[in-house]
Design a protein around this ligand. Structure first.
Ligand SMILES: *[C@@H]1O[C@H](CO)[C@@H](O)[C@H](O)[C@H]1NC(C)=O
Ligand SMILES: *[C@@H]1O[C@H](CO)[C@@H](O)[C@H](O)[C@H]1NC(C)=O
Ligand SMILES: *[C@@H]1O[C@H](CO)[C@@H](O)[C@H](O)[C@H]1NC(C)=O
Ligand SMILES: *[C@@H]1O[C@H](CO)[C@@H](O)[C@H](O)[C@H]1NC(C)=O
Ligand SMILES: *[C@@H]1O[C@H](CO)[C@@H](O)[C@H](O)[C@H]1NC(C)=O
Ligand SMILES: *[C@@H]1O[C@H](CO)[C@@H](O)[C@H](O)[C@H]1NC(C)=O
Ligand SMILES: *[C@@H]1O[C@H](CO)[C@@H](O)[C@H](O)[C@H]1NC(C)=O
Ligand SMILES: *[C@@H]1O[C@H](CO)[C@@H](O)[C@H](O)[C@H]1NC(C)=O
Length: 456
């Protein structure tokens, strides 16, 4: 009788979960046009353009990109900035970056411009660029860390000498149609807006120079613009159940299931490293065949339930044979993150998108230890444990409460399994589990955690 009502209750819970999932799905389906990220509402990339001096036919400007996003870095192949000139401007010279095309400069005879394109595209220089081409904050191949992780790595700048542009703040016209084309699709930019001119530090950081005229462009990211499918998924397990909830099948879309490779594929032994060189600007992904076809899987294992604390083990597994994730980040939303007590072998930073809620945090690697998530294979994973203090009023093992609400890897939201597939408390779990079963599951999980990491 009692177990029947228990089942009924579980069924109701499932029904409720399904309803919530349906509502959540509606939100997901309704929001594509919007590039608003609820966990980083003001996240943006700002491009500031400061005219520092006028020249005989134009000006010299310092252009700076700020990655103000809290947890989305700009990965290899780095940023590509494009715009359309308002008049007949040309680029005479650049320092710290370069235009990808020179365009048609045929009408210039004496001095040849750097680029005559109407719609130039500019990229950062690679590390090790000649000293006389460098500029402050340049030459990192366009790679920017997120503001939350490392503000000093989140800024990139270059100098540009513009001609045929007008030589005063009344005759200069703002470039139009700014685009952040790299590191991939997903960014859209607003119009340039004149802002109060800024004072910027000179190279030696000992003097501030006032700009003669400044304008800003703000670009925001939308995962829906970037890709139809997620690129990562979440799997779950728990000490109280031997069920492992894998990623949903085709979580990241199955369109490419004919291009993935199995783990014993010969291509891997021969050509992964030989086909990928530093000069490869956009290495094609080479994915391991899995039922989810995601680049990355995040595993959340409910490890221990103590009297006052509980412990979660987190693993991030890379399935891409051609991609190392440098400065990766993992964002998790869970109501108990307001009481994180200890995080082992990852850095942790609480994020406060809305002042009153403290349920979201960012995990990232320890410098020189695990800030690099290696390509797929035996080393292609990073792991951590998180200890949280229980809030007795809310903590429960029931109804999937102990599993995360949202998970983002490198700024892209990962697909969670449907709530009705979560590892469920055994029916007898209303009584505390016997020591024997507890120890047995503990041993099983300690032994097989590496299996969870490599499978599912
Ligand atoms: C861009 O981000 C910065 C830093 O978070 C913020 O101050 C600014 O208001 C944002 N800009 C826009 C247009 O959202
Ligand atoms: C243009 O320059 C003049 C003189 O340098 C200055 O007074 C004025 O405020 C500037 N206008 C803008 C829009 O920056
Ligand atoms: C323009 O960008 C700079 C640098 O990111 C920022 O400090 C400033 O607040 C921005 N101005 C406006 C009006 O958005
Ligand atoms: C690949 O995906 C197609 C649908 O997109 C499906 O019909 C086919 O069975 C899949 N093949 C494998 C090996 O998963
Ligand atoms: C490996 O790469 C070499 C050239 O880099 C190529 O000749 C060879 O066919 C490739 N092997 C496989 C199995 O793709
Ligand atoms: C990943 O990084 C390791 C160590 O730096 C390097 O040996 C390997 O070639 C890199 N792999 C790729 C695909 O870039
Ligand atoms: C959020 O939690 C962090 C530690 O996890 C704490 O330092 C911070 O004060 C909290 N903020 C709020 C608004 O509760
Ligand atoms: C958890 O954190 C919140 C706010 O950060 C605090 O008010 C509360 O007392 C904490 N609970 C425990 C059990 O420490």
């Amino acid at each position: 009788m009692e177990s029947d009502s228990g089942k009924q209750q579980q069924k109701d819970t499932f029904g409720c979960f399904k309803l919530v999932a349906l509502i959540a799905l509606c939100f997901v389906l309704v929001s594509p046009a919007e590039s608003f990220d609820p966990l980083d509402p003001t996240g943006n990339v700002t491009i500031r353009w400061d005219i520092m001096s006028w020249t005989s036919d134009g000006y010299l400007a310092t252009v700076t990109l700020f990655n103000f996003q809290l947890y989305r870095n700009i990965m290899n192949p780095g940023w590509t900035l494009g715009w359309t000139w308002a008049k007949k401007e040309i680029i005479w010279a650049m320092m710290g970056a370069q235009a990808t095309e020179q365009g048609n400069c045929a009408k210039f005879k004496l001095k040849i411009p750097h680029s005559c394109k109407r719609d130039p595209q500019v990229v950062d220089l690679l590390p090790g660029a000649p000293f006389n081409m460098q500029f402050t904050n340049c030459c990192r191949g366009g790679v920017l860390t997120s503001w939350g992780q490392n503000p000093s790595g989140a800024v990139s700048s270059f100098q540009i000498g513009v001609g045929l542009s007008g030589t005063s703040n009344k005759t200069v016209k703002l470039p139009k149609n700014f685009k952040l084309l790299g590191p991939g699709p997903g960014y859209s930019c607003g119009p340039a807006k004149v802002v109060p001119s800024t004072a910027i530090l000179t190279d030696d950081r000992r003097r501030k120079m006032q700009a003669l005229m400044s304008w800003n462009v703000t670009c925001t990211y939308s995962q829906f613009l970037a890709s139809k499918n997620p690129s990562c998924c979440v799997s779950l397990s728990s000490f109280y159940s031997d069920k492992i909830t894998g990623c949903p099948p085709c979580a990241c879309g199955c369109q490419n299931n004919d291009t993935c490779v199995t783990r014993d594929s010969k291509i891997l032994q021969e050509n992964v490293t030989s086909t990928h060189r530093k000069s490869d600007i956009t290495p094609k992904p080479l994915l391991q065949c899995t039922h989810h076809l995601c680049h990355v899987r995040v595993h959340w294992h409910l490890k221990d339930n103590y009297q006052d604390y509980w412990r979660v083990k987190i693993a991030i597994i890379n399935f891409n044979y051609r991609l190392n994730f440098t400065d990766w980040s993992l964002v998790v939303q869970h109501p108990n993150l307001n009481n994180v007590t200890q995080v082992y072998s990852f850095e942790y930073m609480p994020l406060l998108p809305y002042e009153s809620i403290n349920d979201t945090g960012m995990f990232y690697g320890l410098k020189y230890y695990n800030d690099l998530l290696m390509e797929a294979g035996p080393k292609g994973n990073v792991q951590s444990e998180v200890l949280m203090k229980k809030d007795k009023n809310t903590f429960t093992l029931k109804q999937g409460w102990a599993f995360p609400r949202r998970v983002y890897f490198n700024g892209d939201e990962c697909m969670l399994p449907p709530p009705d597939s979560y590892p469920m408390l055994p029916n007898s779990a209303h009584k505390p589990p016997t020591t024997i079963t507890f120890i047995a599951t503990y041993v099983v999980f300690t032994l097989f955690f590496h299996l969870i990491v490599t499978h599912f």
